[in-house]
Design a protein around this ligand. Sequence first.
Ligand SMILES: [Zn+2]
Length: 438
Amino acid sequence: MLEPEVEARPSADQFALDDARYRAQLAYLYDHSAFYREKLLPAGFATADAAGVLADIAQLPLTDKREVRATCTPDNPIGAHLCAKRSEIVRIYSTSGTSGSPSYVPLTAGDLDNWVTASARTYAASGIAAGQRIVSTYNAGPFVAGAALAAFDRIGLSHIPVGTGNTERLMRAVEQLTPEAAVLTPSYAAYLVEWAADHNFDLRGSSVKRVLVAGEPGGGEPAFRANLEAAWGAKVTEAMGIGDIGVSLWGECEEQDGMHLGARGFVHAELIEPETGVALEMGDGATGELVLTHLQHRAAPLLRFRTRDHVQVRTSPCSCGRTSLRLRCIGRTDDMLIVRGVNVFPSAVREVVTAFAPAVSGHVLVKPRAPGIRQEPPLPVCVELARGREADAALADAIRERLRSVLVIQSRVDLVPWGSLPRSEYKSKLVERQAEPR
Ligand SMILES: [Zn+2]
């Protein structure tokens, strides 16, 4: 553990510390945040004291990204949640704009340092240690993922930045510089398995013994992970951040049983029912949308921020000794479909299909027929065959039956030839919506 006194701290002690930080953060919001004053006062919380303690947080309103964006003006393009002076801001990231045009994420020097601290705990949980080499495939670019790169220095790793989109360079670095670890998106890790097969590259025999995946859900799905681990000859652990809140907030330890909160003490986590916004009990196995609150942020702190990530919580003790909450991301709430009342995430469809390897390649594309979230069965699913496999009706039937028994949905499985679904060196697209009728 990088910081055992934090990572193995008893949960009750952590909660007491978080409670004190939360009350100080609320006082700071009332003093500095026009956005939260305008949100909390009309909701009946006239002062920080009225807003209560951490145990009462569910009484406060949720924050939606769209509300924050709506406060951006030409004079303040960051938004009314900006609390710090221009001279205090040391960095401004952009989010990737999956839900529209980019928005800005400012940080003070202290905020940035806390991000790196959390990210270092998160990545170190995977088992990588000082003195080892790690090759990274994130671009320093405009996005928050760039901040994670500083975590590798903090851990004491020898960091080999390769950036996105240059597979030849990456594989040459692996061959020549023999790093013990690689950090990439799960889609790229899967793409490299195919690339290695095409180029006669011995990925399994390479020096890489730890593959750290982040940036999209999937790395923790058992069948998907097992395929990656077999092909890489390496242990695969996943990490997750949320652009507006922090980079690599969560990361798996070597037990691979959900991601620990590496941002312990910086962020408070809650679970809500996505359709009603009602707070849910964080019991072992509970699922819902993840809601996060900054506990000691300065530049643009967020309170009860809806992440749109649908997660499952693990509270059982972890044998690594870390006492923080663990979770697994099931998918983006925005990607969720409801097929006759049943919630379906495209990454869950991929997980079921991947278990049919080596008959299938592991690439899937869900093609909802109706716009919006609610779909009538059967749900069309394109499943790509493995290299050299012919389509056969029995395989399609078996996949359809497994989707029915595991996910409780009726589907239509279309087997498509190897190489016909798109590959990604960054993030995979698992859903293809038909063009909206004009
Ligand atoms: Zn653990």
